[in-house]
Design a protein around this ligand. Structure first.
Ligand SMILES: [Zn+2]
Length: 320
């Protein structure tokens, strides 16, 4: 009998679902819109539908699926399989997703924070292959991450370990989406970079960024990088700051977890050469020497599939 699992990545905008074999190959993947505003019942219906869809498209039977892994936005309780009111899934208050899916599919199910699942996926199939102490950081609109210690995912008491974007780097800093001030995410995420650009423009700084904006007139992080490449002085300063804040946070990560390797994923990696050297030099300057000696900081390799691959890896961990 062929051995297969399902991995499902539940996001605020998309539900991505795959069937994966034991070699880590995706046999089939489907993506649906989450339509999160319709609330948990409708979204759970689409989750179930997407699992049946991917099974059908992979030309297999429900009985061929050994386990299902699900990556979800935090906060959650992974022990109990509960989703606990994530900001991008309105109305999901203590939803027992694992029990609901078990009733439908009757196979072992694991539910973990999406960034933690991604860390496990990168560790087994991506940039962290064979690395015992590994960390994955995703930097896009927010900052998330996951830590693998001695080959095992660091979950914490309830599956919410490594909420690294919400570590404070300035206790008087700007308000973060989580309610705290001065989180790493409020300084170094793509959202933060765009906010710094908007603030500068509002304060009358001359820059071409405001001419690069998207069709709706919004300034995004990528526009700052584009302006910097065109030699814009303010944009170059902002990119420099981005590298600095990333380096500060990485120094905290190196000091806290002492990994052999940190892999960075998310939208920011499209601009890798623009910030990499500065980020590394700040990290090395600020971290304890013993914690950065031999530490590799690399680009994650699984790309946009990291979410479903990570979720499927959770499933394999249940049955291997
Ligand atoms: Zn925060």
């Amino acid at each position: 009998m062929v051995k297969l699992v399902v991995g499902l990545d539940l996001g605020g905008t998309k539900i991505a679902t795959c069937v994966m074999n034991e070699d880590g190959e995706i046999l089939k993947k489907v993506t649906l819109s989450t339509l999160a505003h319709e609330g948990p019942d409708a979204v759970i219906g689409r989750i179930i539908e997407s699992i049946y869809d991917v099974i059908r498209l992979a030309n297999i039977n429900k009985e061929d699926i050994l386990a299902i892994g699900v990556g979800v936005p935090g906060p959650l309780d992974s022990e109990k399989g509960l989703i606990k009111n994530p900001p991008n899934l309105p109305g999901w208050v203590e939803v027992p997703l694992r029990d609901i899916l078990y009733k439908e599919f009757k196979v072992p199910l694991a539910i973990e924070n999406d960034a933690n699942a991604a860390a496990l996926g990168e560790n087994i199939y991506g940039s962290g292959k064979g690395i015992k102490n590994f960390m994955y950081i995703t930097i896009s609109t927010g900052i998330g991450g996951g830590v693998v210690v001695n080959g095992k995912l660091l979950k914490g008491a309830s599956g919410n370990a490594a909420e690294i974007g919400h570590t404070t780097i300035n206790f008087e800093g700007p308000l973060c989406g989580c309610g705290n001030r001065g989180c790493w995410e409020a300084y170094a995420s793509g959202t933060a970079l765009a906010r710094f650009a908007r603030e500068g423009i509002k304060n009358g700084i001359k820059t071409i960024i405001k001419d690069i904006v998207d069709r709706e007139g919004h300034i995004k992080a990528e526009h700052v990088f584009t302006a910097a490449k065109q030699g814009d002085k303010f944009a170059k300063e902002l990119v420099d700051m981005e590298g600095f804040y990333l380096g500060v946070g990485l120094a905290n990560m190196a000091n806290s977890f002492n990994p052999n390797c940190i892999a960075i994923g998310g939208g920011i990696t499209n601009q890798w050469d623009m910030f990499y050297e500065h980020m590394i030099s700040i990290m090395q300057e600020r971290a304890l020497k013993a914690n950065v000696e031999g530490l590799k900081v690399v680009k994650a390799t699984l790309g946009p599939d990291v979410g479903v691959i990570g979720a499927a890896t959770l499933a394999w961990r249940l049955v291997q």
